[in-house]
Design a protein. Structure first.
Length: 202
């Protein structure tokens, strides 16, 4: 049985640090700044100011007069950040004491602290190979190429890679390689066999 409580500001800050320092958190530098900004503004009781325009100025360096209808960078980045948070809580953060989420339709984060009562039956450790790696099939999503010639569209292409990775992570039947590990192959010529061996994907 799971009981949810409202976390203290201190526990939210600790959770924020835990997410930002997580090795597998897939957010870019700007996305981490995005998360830090919206959490900080919310804890400072300034959530009403978390509009796309203000975030674009504060996080992405857009100038006054910026039109969020023309430049959707905040909406796109928010979608990627939601997926990154979801992936975190499906993997490294599955047992984290506080959940930070950004509901669709806005940029104000929500905070939930959960205490999980122990059950009589505890799951055993995952089966591993002799080298300590988890057994079972693995999959990696290699970064897509931006064929438009417009570098400003890179974040859309990266978003597709990250969204596929996050969606595949929902399945327990196989292990999914974090996009943080696959992104260094972006734009490079490579042999799939060699990439598979490097990533531990048979």
């Amino acid at each position: 049985m799971k009981t949810e409580t409202i976390p203290s500001p201190e526990s939210v800050k600790s959770q924020l640090d835990r997410i930002l320092q997580s090795e597998r958190f897939r957010g870019s530098g700007k996305q981490k700044e995005f998360l830090r900004f919206v959490v900080g503004e919310t804890l400072a009781n300034r959530a009403s100011q978390l509009k796309g325009y203000n975030i674009a100025l504060a996080v992405y360096g857009r100038k006054e007069g910026f039109d969020p209808q023309v430049d959707p960078i905040v909406r796109v980045a928010a979608g990627r950040l939601r997926r990154a948070l979801e992936h975190h809580y499906l993997t490294d953060g599955i047992n984290d004491p506080v959940r930070i989420e950004i509901p669709k339709g806005g940029y104000t984060p929500t905070f939930q602290a959960a205490m999980v009562q122990s059950s009589d039956a505890e799951p055993g450790p995952p089966q591993c190979d002799e080298d300590g790696s988890q057994m079972g099939p693995s999959v990696a999503v290699i970064p897509f190429l931006n064929l438009t010639g417009d570098e400003e569209q890179d974040y859309f292409v990266d978003g597709i890679t990250e969204e596929l990775t996050a969606e595949l992570s929902r399945y327990q039947e196989f292990r999914v390689i974090a996009s943080q590990s696959t992104m260094h192959f972006k734009g490079e010529k490579f042999d799939l066999g060699s990439v598979g061996r490097d990533l531990g994907v048979p």
